[in-house]
Design a binder for this molecule. Structure first.
Ligand SMILES: [Zn+2]
Length: 209
């Protein structure tokens, strides 16, 4: 991935920081942006081995090869806001911060400058999916942050939805079970005469065999 990214000294050959930003943002695919956001938020802080793997998987988003911890906190805070508007509003600050650090890094000709541009681009991308940012409603979920494919979606997967569905069924049966069973029995009451004759007939056929 890093091979694709132009070297920092090429920044000087572009007319402005803005043009450079545009080029970098254009290289970021929605799939990669989403994968990064979800992996970043579901990363367990303190797990050094996982952090190393993360950096290897997403090197273009890691300024100076470090885990983007501060950015994670900002995005997590935004993701947990109650409405899409609140989430967008909360994302504006980290976008501005990433752009600010990008500007400084470019001025200092730091090697990790472009990572800040990628971070700004990926947080800007997050505003495009802010209406579908979810935290899985299953408290036992190991990767709770996800992007819903439908707006009503509450769980990240069928596996996470299953316990709640089972509990819902149990509650329903407790409340409505007896009534439902009585109704079912009434509707399925056997027609005694017809059944008895049929049974007799069957018995006769069996005896005849
Ligand atoms: Zn889940």
């Amino acid at each position: 991935m890093q091979g694709k990214i132009p070297a920092v000294n090429e920044v000087r050959s572009l007319s402005s920081t803005k043009a450079r930003l545009h080029t970098l943002a254009g290289q970021l695919s929605p799939g990669r942006a989403q994968a990064f956001l979800v992996a970043l938020l579901n990363h367990r802080i303190g797990n050094v081995a996982a952090a190393r793997l993360f950096i290897r998987r997403f090197p273009e988003f890691c300024p100076e090869g470090g885990f983007p911890l501060a950015v994670r906190e900002d995005i997590e805070n935004a993701w947990r806001q109650p409405t899409a508007f609140d989430r967008d509003a909360a994302l504006l600050e980290p976008i501005a911060s990433a752009l600010h650090f990008y500007g400084i890094a470019v001025d200092r000709q730091e090697a990790g400058a472009e990572a800040w541009a990628y971070l700004a681009a990926v947080i800007w991308y997050a505003t495009k999916i802010s209406d579908r940012m979810r935290v899985c409603a299953n408290p036992d979920c190991r990767a709770r942050y996800f992007v819903a494919s439908k707006r009503i979606q509450k769980y990240c997967s069928k596996a996470c939805a299953a316990p709640a569905q089972r509990a819902l069924k149990r509650t329903w049966w407790k409340e409505h079970g007896p009534k439902w069973r009585a109704k079912w029995r009434a509707e399925h009451k056997p027609k005694p005469k017809v059944k008895r004759t049929a049974r007799k007939g069957q018995r006769k056929r069996k005896e005849g065999k």
